[in-house]
Design a protein around this ligand. Structure first.
Ligand code: ATP
Length: 641
């Protein structure tokens, strides 16, 4: 176990010991300037395994910025960051970062959440029993045994309290990474003082038992909580005002003429000293804080730290420290399989994301089926059929916007987990696509089984499956579009507005409201040909208006019938196309023999869908799908965690 009373920085025995039993994190001359503002200036420090460091400082002091840089999530403007004296170690493979906001899947129980965290973080050879034992220990340690089988909580179903979620978040970062470096941004925010103290006690035990290296930013810790930290890093105006063992902080400030009042909580006093925001004379206060930082910089403590950083680096450079082995815990196949299993579970349990959507599509199918009820083959049903096909494709695609909230939740979890090196972007997108397929298929088939037959489209199994297949493909593209937009603009209202707008655009330019030949060139060449709904619509039109389909015209003087059967009409036709003055046909026919009917293919000719090709059109839809997926991948790849 490490001695926490002093930073064990200049003891060669310690330096030798460090690499064998955990990670020593050190940094030297770190500065960060952003938009002409110097946020951090010349920070150096070293944290050995077994330490739990509280990063303290007034609001805006640079705590989160420093944590981000130490965790490798932000690049410093200058300075270096080392693990066991070595630069360039990928931090995501040796550390975990627990963000201020919880990023959890609301439909999973606490146990399921920890179980998947364990599967990702522990080697694939770990047995279920080993995982269970591990999780049980953590549940006990974090006071979560009573909510073991409670869901985390969704907008529809209440689950854990805010404080419990915080503990689940922290526990899920720790699991499987006990001997690593753990960064926590405000782990106690939202917790009462008892829960905060329990949480920090758990962190302290973890560090003691596993030689973990823990750094946490913290706002105003109560005395009990503060006393559990082994070290304090006090920031003021982006500089180190103090860094060392907690017990020595008070002593240091006394030595520079700033004694902490006897019964005061030192953490409160430190924050008071480093806060410049509320002082009437802010410039004078800033200078005071900088003077304190200057005094610390010139102190023997800082020299000791700098020497330790230097010595460890030297030892590492001369090969005295084994190279840090860093990589994914498990292979890509295992990552993908684990992700898929969790996504299936989440999809199955997430009522809002999937089952409410299925219910909505079933409702729409009943609505459409009963309004377009059993269309006959009278000529006016041509328009009805076209409208039914258009509406099926357009509205079902449109309703994919309902998936945005669920996707944004999953995205949040993904970014946190990828940042922690649990899996790659490709593994995530592949799993998401595979898992979404059966759910989109359930939506398509539920809709089609009801709507197709009720509306009275051609009663032919082959045509039904073409209908299902192309509608399914259109919905896959619509879903890919929603994900692409949610990734590009991850703000719910904005993603919703843009998806709705785009779907409106696709509906308008797809060639139903305005025939392709009448579309102005700009819309035709810029959007019409990349409109996935156009391809699905045209295929379904071709599927429905086939050679065996005959429509009856209106006989002059006769009342328009509800519709006679195609078979009767077909039977009446024997010869070449003729004109029949006794009939009024709204579509010209080159195939009618009685002049009082027209064929499905006449409709196809009339609308210019002759060139529609099942394979090519499917290929084009798949190409649009792939384009959305590649776009999503590139944006996610570029996205900082
Ligand atoms: N990306 C950025 N662009 C511009 N300024 C930034 C950026 N990130 C941080 N800052 C500025 O750097 C300073 C330190 O921010 P940081 O979030 O690190 O402080 P903090 O100590 O964690 O504050 P708090 O306790 O309020 O969270 C702030 O003044 C902030 O406005």
């Amino acid at each position: 176990m490490t001695d926490h009373t002093v930073l064990p920085v200049d003891d060669p025995a310690v330096l030798k010991h460090v690499p064998e039993s955990g990670y020593t994190l050190s940094w030297s001359g770190l500065s960060w300037t952003v938009k002409d503002k110097t946020v951090l200036t010349g920070l150096s420090g070293i944290v050995t395994p077994g330490s739990v460091v509280a990063i303290l400082g007034a609001s805006g002091a640079g705590k989160s910025s420093l944590l981000d840089i130490l965790a490798g999530r932000r690049k410093p403007t200058s300075g270096s960051l080392m693990v066991n004296g070595q630069e360039g170690v990928p931090m995501k493979h040796v550390s975990r970062y627990c963000t201020q906001e919880d990023a959890l899947l609301g439909s999973l129980t606490v146990y399921e959440t920890l179980d998947y965290a364990a599967r990702f973080n522990m080697p694939s050879t770990t047995t279920a029993a080993e995982r269970r034992a591990h999780i049980d220990r953590l549940l006990a340690e974090f006071g979560l045994e009573d909510v073991r089988d409670t869901i985390v909580g969704t907008p529809l179903l209440k689950g854990c309290s805010g404080g419990q979620k915080r503990r689940v978040s922290v526990a899920s970062q720790i699991i499987g990474n006990e001997g690593g470096i753990l960064f926590l941004d405000e782990p106690t925010s939202g917790l009462d003082s008892v829960s905060s103290a329990h949480l920090v006690k758990s962190l302290r035990d973890l560090a003691n038992d596993n030689n973990s290296t823990i750094l946490a930013t913290i706002h105003q810790p109560a005395t009990d909580t503060f006393n559990l930290f082994t070290h304090v890093l006090l920031l003021g105006q982006g500089r180190t005002v103090f860094f060392g063992a907690r017990e020595e902080a008070v002593e240091f400030f006394a030595s520079i003429g700033k004694p902490v009042p006897t019964y005061a909580n030192p953490a409160d006093v430190f924050l008071e000293w480093t806060n410049v925001d509320y002082d009437a004379n802010r410039d004078a206060r800033r200078q005071e804080v900088q003077a304190m930082a200057e005094q610390f910089r010139a102190s023997p403590r800082m020299m000791k730290i700098e020497r330790a950083v230097h010595d460890l680096r030297q030892v590492a450079a001369s090969g005295g420290v084994p190279a840090v082995q860093a990589g994914f815990t498990n292979g890509v196949m295992y990552q993908t399989a684990t992700l898929m299993s969790r996504m299936f579970l989440n999809a199955r349990k997430d009522i809002l994301a999937y089952w409410v959507r299925v219910a909505m599509y079933v409702g729409l199918a009943i609505l459409m089926g009963t309004t377009w009820l059993r269309m006959g083959t009278y000529q006016s049903t041509v328009q009805d059929r076209l409208a039914a096909i258009f509406f099926s494709v357009a509205f079902l695609s449109f309703m994919s916007v309902a998936g945005i909230p669920a996707f944004l939740e999953v995205r949040h979890v993904f970014l946190r987990e990828r940042g922690n090196g649990l899996y790659s972007t490709a593994a995530y997108l592949l799993s998401d696509f595979i898992v979404s397929m059966p759910f989109i298929f359930i939506i398509t088939i539920s809709f089609s089984l009801i709507a197709y037959w009720l509306m009275g489209f051609q009663g032919d199994a082959g045509r039904f499956f073409v209908f299902v297949g192309y509608l399914f493909l259109a919905l896959l593209v619509a879903e890919a579009q929603v994900i692409f937009i949610s990734v590009a603009i991850p703000i719910f209202v904005a993603a919703l507005a843009i998806t709705a707008f785009l779907n409106g655009l696709w509906m308008v330019v797809q060639g139903f409201f305005v025939q392709r030949m009448n579309l102005p060139g700009f819309w035709r060449y810029s959007f019409h040909y990349i409109d996935f709904q156009k391809y699905a619509f045209e295929i379904l039109v071709k599927n429905e208006f086939s050679e065996n389909m005959w429509f009856q015209c209106q006989r002059v003087g006769a009342v328009a019938p509800g519709g006679s059967t195609a078979a009767n009409a077909t039977a009446a036709i024997t010869n070449a196309a003729v004109q029949n003055p006794a009939c009024f046909c709204i579509f010209p026919s080159t195939r009618s023999t009685d002049g009082c009917s027209f064929n499905g293919l006449d409709i196809i000719d009339y609308y210019g869908y002759g060139e529609v090709n099942y394979g090519a059109w499917a290929g084009l839809m798949i190409a649009i799908l792939v384009a959305f997926k590649i776009g999503t991948y590139l944006i996610l790849r570029k996205h900082k965690n």
